[in-house]
Design a protein. Structure first.
Length: 274
């Protein structure tokens, strides 16, 4: 954990590292956990901890992502970021750090910060980075709507399948920096939806405009995959928004499904900070 552009979530003064804590001039201090992440949620603020993924959801996502079906998403994202970056990269809503860790490895001259409300996500990411010896990377527990980074500090913000906190992104980003928002494309996981629901619609697509940003382009990635194994299919389901929206009866339709053919489709919307 480097003391790179972090600010105190209480008084907004700069945080500096003192042994295993980050400390501001007003003596607010935040311990670096044994696994290497730091919790920078404002202790006096009512944080919506339910916004962060549970241990179970992080476990399911880790297991699914490690099976490689989203490898092309990771590779495409790394290519986009590598073409843009240098400097500080923030992965806002980084989950368990699948994209974050790979970006740090793909961009060794950058420093990457994974931000998530879920301490289980940050903990998993930090442990993986330590195990793999990736040192240009830190994880913090924080809301992406109140990011403990200084103004104009960040060159690139990545935001994959997570809420978009555009005004905070605009505040922390340098002019000319790239915001990359990854969202489900039209046909994403159509095969999964066909098992769960009788009426299946395409996902809606829209190019959103954000104050402080100019839309540059949208890169589309679409491929077919055959997901094998009931555990893997259920892990995939657990990491989607359908996990929250599906009735118990519909969830049972996944029992015994051992093979699932589906499209995987992601749109990467790329914006420039103006
Ligand atoms: C669908 S997951 C995507 C995780 C990761 N980007 C990926 O694609 O593997 C959304 C993530 O956003 C996080 N999240 C939701 N609301 C948040 C908030 N207000 N601040 C920080 N993280 C948040 C959740 O904890 C979860 O890890
Ligand atoms: Zn402080």
């Amino acid at each position: 954990m480097k003391d790179t552009h972090f600010i105190c979530p209480i008084c907004k003064k700069e945080l500096l590292r003192e042994e295993n804590t980050l400390k501001c001039e007003n003596s607010h201090s935040f311990d670096i956990s044994s696994s290497g992440y730091v919790n920078l949620l404002n202790p006096g603020k009512k944080n919506n901890s339910r916004a962060g993924d549970s241990k179970e959801m992080i476990r399911a996502r880790t297991s699914f992502l490690n099976s490689g079906y989203y490898g092309k998403i990771k590779d495409t994202l790394c290519d986009i970021v590598r073409a843009k970056s240098g400097g500080l990269i923030a992965d806002a809503g980084c989950g368990e750090g699948y994209y974050t860790g790979n970006i740090a490895k793909a961009c060794p001259d950058s420093y990457v910060i994974g931000i998530d409300m879920s301490k289980y996500g940050a903990e998993h990411g930090a442990k993986t980075a330590r195990r793999e010896g990736v040192t240009n990377l830190s994880y913090i527990v924080s809301s992406i709507f109140d990011i403990p980074l200084t103004d104009n500090s960040t060159s690139t913000v990545i935001n994959m399948f997570a809420p978009v906190a555009c005004s905070e992104f605009a505040r922390i980003m340098k002019k000319g920096g790239a915001l990359i928002v990854g969202v489900a494309g039209k046909s994403h996981l159509d095969g999964l939806k066909r098992v769960l629901y009788s009426d299946v619609y395409d996902n809606e697509e829209s190019t959103d405009e954000y104050d402080g940003f100019k839309f540059i382009e949208c890169k589309n990635l679409k491929y077919e995959a055959k997901i094998v194994g009931n555990d893997t299919i259920k892990n995939l389901f657990t990491m989607t928004p359908y996990y929250f929206r599906t009735s118990l009866d519909d969830k049972k339709k996944l029992d015994g499904v051992e093979e699932l053919s589906t499209h995987i489709e992601v749109n990467f919307y790329i914006y420039e900070k103006i």
